[in-house]
Design a protein around this ligand. Structure first.
Ligand code: SAH
Length: 219
């Protein structure tokens, strides 16, 4: 890594430690080299606190939002985690470091992105992440229940089908709102039902497409 990228990375992590904290999440993010997940022509901007294009009209999320959402999942090392929206594979790689004795299932509806992310994760020797093509239902009900679900695309409402894929005690974090702006909604499935909190936004994500989400072109 060149000096300017190294300096930018150090500055970014000083900012994230101030704004989000959570040392386990900080270490998992530091271990995950964001410059490897962005296209070559954006590599010099890899440690700016901003989303970046990854092709196919999609984006890799802003590091601050990644840190905030990851911390909100409250992961234990043995957890099984579902990510909806693999994109570049960056978020999945971070999750893999936080569940070394658990596993990550990540689903993506654009096949070229899924294949690229899978190849990259494999080349990084990350073996506890399974990259799957999104099916007709949101998430991956076949492998439920999950201890945590992170949705990295924006939904018009909190999809019941994803709540149904949570274990009791399982947490979900998802951007919910209109096309232009959303807020991060956090929920936990309890023995009695679901408990919510809404105070983590605002943010702006690409749309979640599918049943219980936004209509979109066929993948
Ligand atoms: N987490 C990613 C960024 C994701 S961008 C990263 O770390 O790089 C959001 C992704 O969600 C896009 O790639 C988009 O194709 C995908 N997506 C949208 N709707 C989806 C659905 N219903 N199931 C799975 N993936 C979906």
């Amino acid at each position: 890594m060149g000096k300017s990228l190294r300096d930018a990375k150090a500055a970014l992590f000083r900012k994230l430690r101030r704004e989000v904290g959570n040392e386990r999440v900080m270490r998992a993010m530091e271990q995950t080299h964001r410059e490897m997940f962005v296209p070559p022509d954006h590599r010099s901007a890899a440690y700016e606190d901003a989303p970046l294009p990854i092709g196919q009209g999609q984006t890799i999320s802003q590091p601050f939002i990644v840190a905030l959402m990851t911390a909100a999942l409250r992961l234990s090392p043995t957890d099984t985690v579902l990510e909806v929206g693999t994109g570049s594979g960056y978020q999945a790689a971070i999750l893999s470091h936080l569940v070394p004795r658990g596993r990550v299932v990540t689903v993506e509806r654009i096949h070229t992105l899924a294949r690229r992310a899978e190849g990259l994760l494999r080349s990084l020797q990350i073996h506890n992440v399974q990259v799957l093509a999104a099916g007709p239902d949101l998430g991956c009900p076949e492998q439920a229940p999950y201890d945590a679900i992170i949705v990295t695309a924006a939904a018009p409402k909190l999809p019941q089908s994803l709540l149904d894929q949570l274990a009791v005690g399982g947490r979900i974090i998802i951007p919910v709102g209109g096309a232009e702006e959303q807020e991060l909604v956090w929920a936990m499935r309890t023995g009695e039902g679901v408990s919510f909190s809404f105070d983590k936004g605002p943010c702006r994500f690409v749309p979640l497409i599918g049943r219980e989400a936004w209509p979109g072109p066929p993948a």
